[in-house]
Ligand binder design. Structure first.
Ligand SMILES: [Zn+2]
Ligand SMILES: [Zn+2]
Length: 365
């Protein structure tokens, strides 16, 4: 059977590629508003002089490429999206309860083998029907509820009648919390690992950097909607092939993929926002999350901080550079001074040329 959609106008299978786009532009708009109104300036990482003198990409081009990337992702999402088969919660919990009971029976047998008898385990894993284990094995119930499609049709009310309270509580805990948590942690580790090594490869290989990834680094002073300013040849393998593969390996369903896609997009946009705000939720997985990626965008920091979620791979592969490090702070300060000088010099040149034009116009008249 198929599940009723969260939104009446759009099936759940379309949400994994639609919701991240909405998150991207909503968060970007909020930061753009903060930027243009000059709010939260105390938390701003860079001065406007740095913005003026360092960034090489025009903002209209950045918006154009971000939209192009999202259009490609949405097209692929639309073409590949499929409605998924789901079971009623009661039925899925009953499957887990059977697995738990089977696990209990196996554990009891092993404990007996070693001369131990744990009454709690034995009582909660007692087979209420003869031949239950045989049927259980025969039906090849695995830990994956998806495997059940060929075994039985969905039924309800299995939980309350067939299992002990503790078995049901354990099954519910597994179904609602532990298994989804394991899936989210797995996909985060997979995606972060993928991101670290592909991102690093784009920097290590000179051709890849010069012709593809350097485009993202045209933004030295990051801002929110610059997060998806990438070359299409970077977007296709990473965002359109490898990222969905991570989701498939972790077996996220459409709703879980939507949540993960939204979190991933939120983190990517916030990491580029240019404000080191307190209570940033992204700091839970990576301390000084915004500063961590901002350092990577500096000319002197490009060979460091390749990860997206945590700093695990950077620390392990010795590419981590803490933005709080003294030398990094020194380089940030120097960058600000150079930008101020460059902007001041540019203004002087402009004023001088204006005066020259003014004088020549006066002479001619
Ligand atoms: Zn990079
Ligand atoms: Zn970036």
């Amino acid at each position: 059977m198929t599940r009723e959609s969260i939104l009446p106008i759009l099936g759940d299978h379309h949400l994994p590629y639609v919701v991240p786009v909405i998150v991207y532009w909503v968060i970007s708009f909020i930061f753009h508003y903060i930027d243009t109104k000059g709010l939260l300036s105390a938390y701003k990482l860079h001065t406007s002089a740095e913005d003026l003198s360092k960034n090489r990409a025009t903002k209209s081009n950045v918006i154009k490429f971000a939209l192009l990337q999202q259009a490609c992702q949405c097209t692929l999402g639309y073409l590949t999206a499929t409605e998924e088969q789901v079971f009623p919660h009661d039925y899925a919990i009953a499957v887990w309860a059977q697995n738990v009971r089977y696990g209990g029976i196996v554990a009891t047998q092993w404990l007996r083998y070693f001369g131990l008898e744990l009454a709690w385990v034995a009582n909660n894993s007692k087979d209420p029907e003869s031949g239950f284990v045989e049927r259980f094995i025969q039906n090849t119930y695995g830990n994956n509820i998806g495997n059940l499609s060929h075994v039985a049709q969905p039924q309800t009310a299995l939980v309350s009648t067939d299992f002990s309270t503790w078995t049901v509580i354990t099954a519910k805990l597994l179904y609602w919390i532990l298994v989804p948590l394991f899936q989210y942690i797995s996909v985060m580790i997979l995606a972060d690992t993928m991101q670290y090594f592909t991102h690093r490869a784009f920097h290590v290989n000179k051709w890849l950097y010069r012709h593809i990834h350097s485009m993202h680094h045209d933004i030295y002073v990051p801002y929110a909607y610059g997060a998806f300013y990438n070359h299409p040849l970077e977007t296709i393998p990473i965002d359109m092939i490898l990222f969905p593969m991570c989701i498939a390996i972790a077996k996220l369903d459409n709703r879980q993929a939507t949540i993960f896609g939204a979190i991933w997009t939120f983190k990517t946009v916030v990491d580029h926002c240019g404000y080191d705000l307190p209570y940033n939720p992204c700091n839970i997985v990576c301390p000084h999350s915004v500063l961590f990626h901002d350092l990577h965008h500096q000319t002197w920091g490009m060979k460091h901080n390749f990860s997206v979620y945590g700093s695990f791979w950077d620390r392990l592969m010795r590419t981590h550079w803490s933005p709080c490090d003294e030398l990094a702070q020194e380089k940030y300060k120097r960058g600000k001074v150079i930008a101020e000088t460059s902007v001041a010099r540019k203004r002087l040149v402009e004023r001088a040329s204006d005066m020259t034009v003014g004088k020549s116009t006066a002479v001619n008249t």
